[in-house]
Design a protein around this ligand. Structure first.
Ligand SMILES: [Zn+2]
Length: 480
């Protein structure tokens, strides 16, 4: 029996390796000398790229001196007045030494050698690359998702995805768990094209397709009964159809399963407070995903659906808006399932939803749900729950994810704890903690910097000035 399957028998001693696809690497490495400019050129001049690369290669072959062994791995020493390691520790000053795509040394005494490249960021704080557990990178931000299926194309969604991926990366988010596109599996293609090094973007763990009940939160076919979108098949009712949906999504390249346990705010279907999938349907999704060594993330607003998802053994309860005391106690009693609130989207949709083309009754749903979200977060914080960091970016622009930090801090979280959530805790939830989520020797060189000290002003995280992903500098506003 797989580790996840033990959940069905009511055992919560899950194997921590259950449900973790491996961390993607670039299969095509970029030459170390051509970092930012090369990435930007390849993105901005994608149509010229095929011609551009051979010219570069030929010219360097003809005119450049042969590489010495020392040049083979160019090292970069990044320094700043402060460093936060992702585990709640502050160092002053801070230094990170990078060789290839990995961190080789971290600490106040790391000085590097004379031939190392140097990036000194001054009055700034170095942080691990940020992680968002709840994004929707594909599709235009202002395209209301039910309308997407009848007025846009998957290729359009993919192109917006490429632009959004660059925006998210430049905003400091070097890793995201993407919670499903309107055009199914466009996220799989975006992940693949980023992983092969063709386009810049965060490391992506993707859902591929929603698993939703008919008339439920993820049912985007809420048109006339005479209208259909045959290319998108995400509805599953009953244990057999749920099992098949899980198998289909994983077969088509999803890394994990996104299931909608309750209704949603941005939906005409069943209300956000109502449980939409039965305990049996949720359990079979977890068991089947476990057979593939993958986990399930449950969208859940209402308390009954949240508790059903916890009982089933999902990895995360996303939103968790109306989580009650019993659900908090259930989470405290185990160490597998995590609460991932999305507070900022609850501010932005009531305020700007109408301008974003969201129907008035759904803006109203969001306004009602906002009453619960912050109070639930505060209760979970007081109870001592570890709280994952997610945003629902896609319902708002992909350079605003970091606004989630301020709202969490306004609701009582210590700034350092909010940073730990978005780094090492999120990496652990994804199962990628061996590679991302902290500034430690051996991890991928995913490094960001913000001005000043974010422990004194958490909004500094909204003003990222330096981003490195896997040893490649993708943003440096300090040294131009
Ligand atoms: Zn979402």
């Amino acid at each position: 029996m797989s580790p996840c399957a033990t959940v069905l028998a009511g055992q919560l001693t899950l194997n921590s390796t259950c449900g973790y696809p491996s961390v993607p690497k670039h299969s095509k490495r970029l030459p170390p000398h051509r970092s930012t400019e090369f990435l930007m050129n390849s993105f901005l001049n994608a149509s010229h790229r095929k011609a551009f690369v051979p010219v570069l290669l030929i010219s360097s072959f003809l005119f450049a001196p042969p590489l010495t062994a020392q040049d083979a791995t160019v090292r970069t020493l990044i320094t700043a007045d402060r460093l936060i390691d992702g585990f709640g520790n502050l160092q002053q000053p801070g230094a990170v030494l990078v060789a290839g795509d990995r961190i080789v040394a971290v600490g106040q005494n790391v000085t590097g050698q004379a031939h190392d490249e140097r990036v000194d960021l001054g009055d700034a704080t170095l942080l691990p690359g940020l992680i968002d557990l709840h994004t929707h990178l594909t599709d235009a931000e202002d395209a209301y998702w039910e309308r997407v299926l009848v007025t846009t194309t998957p290729s359009e969604a993919a192109l917006y995805g490429a632009a959004n991926a660059l925006t998210a990366l430049r905003s400091g988010f070097t890793t995201v768990r993407d919670m499903g596109p309107a055009w199914s599996f466009t996220d799989v293609d975006l992940r693949n094209i980023i992983d092969e090094g063709t386009l810049p973007g965060p490391r992506m763990m993707v859902a591929g397709n929603y698993v939703s009940a008919t008339g439920g939160a993820g049912d985007a076919r809420q048109f006339s009964i005479y209208v259909d979108v045959p290319a998108v098949r995400n509805l599953a009712d009953g244990v057999d159809e749920v099992r098949k949906a899980v198998r289909t999504n994983l077969k088509q390249g999803a890394d994990f399963i996104k299931i909608l346990a309750t209704g949603a705010v941005l939906s005409r279907g069943i209300s956000p407070g109502a449980q939409q999938y039965s305990d049996e349907e949720l359990a079979v999704a977890v068991v089947e995903a476990g057979r593939w060594d993958r986990f399930v993330a449950a969208h859940a607003h209402g308390a009954e659906g949240i508790k059903a998802a916890i009982r089933a053994g999902v990895r995360t309860v996303d939103h968790g808006s109306m989580m009650d005391d019993e659900a908090i106690q259930m989470l405290l009693a185990q160490d597998y399932t995590y609460y991932v609130p999305t507070l900022y989207v609850g501010v932005i949709v009531p305020r700007e939803g109408a301008a974003m083309g969201i129907p008035p009754e759904q803006v109203q749903r969001s306004t009602e749900m906002m009453r619960y979200r912050n109070a639930t977060f505060r209760k979970a914080l007081e109870a001592g729950l570890p709280i994952g960091f997610g945003t629902d970016a896609g319902a708002f622009p992909h350079d605003q994810n970091a606004r989630e930090f301020s709202i969490r801090v306004q609701n009582g979280e210590k700034p350092m704890d909010a940073i730990t959530a978005a780094t090492s805790l999120n990496a652990r939830i994804m199962g990628w903690e061996a590679d991302v989520g902290s500034l430690e020797t051996g991890k991928f060189a995913d490094v960001v910097a913000v001005p000043g000290n974010p422990l004194e002003d958490i909004t500094a995280l909204e003003r990222v000035l330096f981003v490195m992903k896997g040893g490649e500098i993708v943003r440096n506003d300090v040294q131009r």
